[in-house]
Design a binder for this molecule. Structure first.
Ligand SMILES: *[C@@H]1O[C@H](CO)[C@@H](O)[C@H](O)[C@H]1NC(C)=O
Ligand SMILES: *[C@@H]1O[C@H](CO)[C@@H](O)[C@H](O)[C@H]1NC(C)=O
Length: 368
């Protein structure tokens, strides 16, 4: 009799749980998503800052659903948007957006800021941008706001179960080490030692993310920074990928994978997943036609050699069909290239994703 009663109680509380789950706002259906890093993943924070590193005027956003600039450094969607879509979630809002309030907080947030790097002295020419230490501080502040909405325990759980993306490193070369022929960092380090230093600083950043509750983190290194139209225009011979930046990327990325493997070992869990963005982009840079691109050397939007000189503005040359260009502007992939990258993040082999791809992560995490 007694067990019958408690069985009924269990059954009805299960029914209540089901009802509560069904009543939850759409936003909570998917896991939360948090984004940290630079312009490859900024979806509009710099619109709110006094900086020259911005993508808030046409033709940026020309292929976005609104056909308006949003602050994304893309003709349309960027990598975080496409990952959100794979999670079945809406895009995260920039942390600085006034719309990031109430239930929108459940979706997650994007803390990325164009121009930043691993080091504090990267991107100093962009003045007022949100450096990585500050992005992490804002993440802590975000968690307090989420706690006020759903309670501290629920907030902590939502952060633990979230997917996180962090993209750093490219600017530490392009907008620091290689910025001028005699940059301070170049006088201090050769490429190998500088890369080792960057990795040791990146490790501290990842550990801080872990302390803040992140438990599933996609970590990207640099792309093939010597092959982007901006570098082809300024330092290549005959349109070949610029040697030193390529050497830097080829040094940095394997060190990153090693560091992540060691970190996971120390933590006893595959918290961090290395995304080999260099390998992913090398595929379509070496063989653009196989991916439906007519070129990987010329930017769709820009001017001068390779359309790689200066910024993409309303006065730039603009290609008519953005889908056949691997690079949208002198430094950033087109939406189509971003789709190829995210597809590889989802289903790529261990040549691209270490120790596993995002499909495997999603299957694993859904069982918890
Ligand atoms: C970068 O700046 C932050 C905030 O000012 C500081 O906490 C951090 O230690 C600095 N990082 C390095 C490597 O100097
Ligand atoms: C993801 O990675 C696993 C393990 O490497 C692999 O077997 C699988 O084919 C990849 N793709 C998908 C969609 O899971």
């Amino acid at each position: 009799m007694r067990s019958q009663v408690s069985a009924n109680i269990v059954a009805s509380s299960a029914a209540i749980v089901v009802a509560v789950v069904l009543l939850l706002p759409q936003a909570e259906a998917a896991r939360a998503f948090f984004v940290f890093g630079d312009s490859l993943v900024d979806n509009g924070n710099n619109n709110y800052l006094l900086t020259t590193a911005r993508a808030d005027s046409p033709p940026y956003g020309i292929d976005y659903p609104t056909h308006r600039p949003t602050g994304r450094f893309s003709n349309g969607y960027n990598i975080p948007d496409l990952i959100s879509q794979a999670l079945g979630a809406e895009s995260t809002l920039p942390y600085l957006s006034p719309e990031l309030n109430g239930e929108k907080l459940l979706v997650g947030a994007n803390f990325a800021s164009a121009g930043i790097g691993i080091l504090n002295d990267t991107g100093i020419q962009f003045a007022n941008i949100i450096r990585i230490a500050q992005q992490l501080e804002l993440f802590a502040r975000y968690q307090q706001r989420l706690g006020a909405l759903i309670g501290a325990d629920q907030a902590e759980q939502r952060v633990n179960q979230a997917l996180v993306l962090i993209t750093l490193g490219g600017n530490d070369y392009v907008n620091n080490y290689f910025l001028t022929p005699l940059s301070a960092r170049r006088l201090q380090y050769n490429i190998q030692d500088y890369s080792v230093f960057l990795i040791s600083e990146y490790r501290k950043i990842l550990l801080r993310l872990y302390e803040l509750g992140a438990r599933r983190v996609l970590v990207t290194g640099t792309g093939p920074i010597g092959c982007v139209p901006g570098e082809l225009a300024t330092r290549s011979r005959n349109g070949e990928c610029a040697e030193e930046p390529q050497q830097a990327a080829a040094t940095f990325n394997p060190l990153l994978i090693q560091m992540i493997q060691g970190l996971n070992q120390d933590l006893g869990s595959n918290v961090f997943v290395a995304v080999n963005a260099m390998q992913m982009q090398n595929d379509f840079i070496t063989n653009p036609r196989a991916f439906g691109f007519v070129t990987s050397k010329v930017a769709c939007c820009g001017q001068g050699a390779f359309n790689g000189v200066g910024l993409c503005t309303a006065a730039s040359n603009l290609c008519p069909d953005r889908n056949v260009y691997a690079f949208w502007d002198p430094f950033h992939p087109s939406e189509r290239a971003n789709k190829i990258i995210v597809q590889t993040i989802l289903t790529g082999s261990d040549k691209y994703m270490t120790p596993m791809n995002l499909s495997t992560i999603m299957a694993l995490d859904s069982k918890i």
